[in-house]
Design a binder for this molecule. Structure first.
Ligand SMILES: [Zn+2]
Length: 228
């Protein structure tokens, strides 16, 4: 079998949110599955001069060696906090046996990997990588209206594993997911600002450019309050 080199795009968290938007009507995520790669490690990633090769190596291992059809995960969070594209969001993941919901009904878990070996004594999930993981988990749960109980660590689905890593505490992770949501803008406040201040300004605007700018600001408020 010829080994193709599949291409994968790399997004900032904000870019990934824009990429996700159209999928709200196309797929229903039923859970968020949190994984750590164990291998590649953060050190492997740091050493690689061409970072996409790390993603492509995972793809080759999953798609060809394991025969899972494609890379297992929907997204990969690298040590710099970027989000790499994975398999199609419309496809069920290869996350954990019995938990993939792989019938073709466009309802399945969202699965992401964080690059690193997060077992005790190895590498640390921290900084911008942790921030992206928390924000992504929080956003998927908010957009698809999932309760906290639907956020799953791999080890909860397969007790033989430590994944995403024995140093990653589930309660501590969930606490960050909760706190991140609290710092986001409340939708009622956003809508109040739009109705009371931005709408009158829009009608009073003298030029189309002004109206477009007010429209853009209103959409930023909607985004910040999770209304997109
Ligand atoms: Zn895992």
């Amino acid at each position: 079998m010829a080994v193709e080199r599949k291409n994968f795009r790399r997004f900032t968290y904000a870019e990934y949110m824009d990429y996700l938007k159209p999928y709200l009507t196309k797929v229903k995520f039923s859970q968020v599955h949190v994984h750590g790669t164990w291998k590649p490690t953060i050190a492997d990633y740091r050493k690689a001069t061409d970072k996409i090769k790390i993603i492509q190596a995972m793809w080759r291992f999953h798609a060809i060696t394991q025969n899972w059809g494609d890379i297992a995960q929907h997204a990969t969070i690298d040590p710099d906090g970027y989000i790499w594209e994975g398999r199609s969001l419309l496809q069920a993941p290869a996350s954990a046996v019995g938990y993939n919901d792989s019938d073709d009904d466009r309802i399945h878990p969202f699965m992401f990997e964080m690059i690193g070996n997060f077992d005790v004594g190895a590498e640390k999930l921290e900084g911008t990588q942790l921030a992206t993981a928390v924000k992504l988990t929080s956003s998927i749960a908010a957009l698809w209206k999932l309760p906290e109980s639907q956020i799953k660590f791999h080890r909860e689905m397969n007790p033989g594993k430590t994944c995403p890593g024995s140093s990653v505490s589930k309660p501590a992770f969930l606490e960050l997911v909760r706190d991140w949501r609290e710092v986001e803008m409340n939708p009622n406040d956003a809508n109040k600002i739009i109705a009371k201040w931005l709408s009158p300004a829009w009608f009073a605007a003298a030029t189309k450019a002004e109206r477009d700018e007010i429209h853009r600001l209103a959409n930023e408020l909607r985004k910040a309050s999770g209304q997109l």
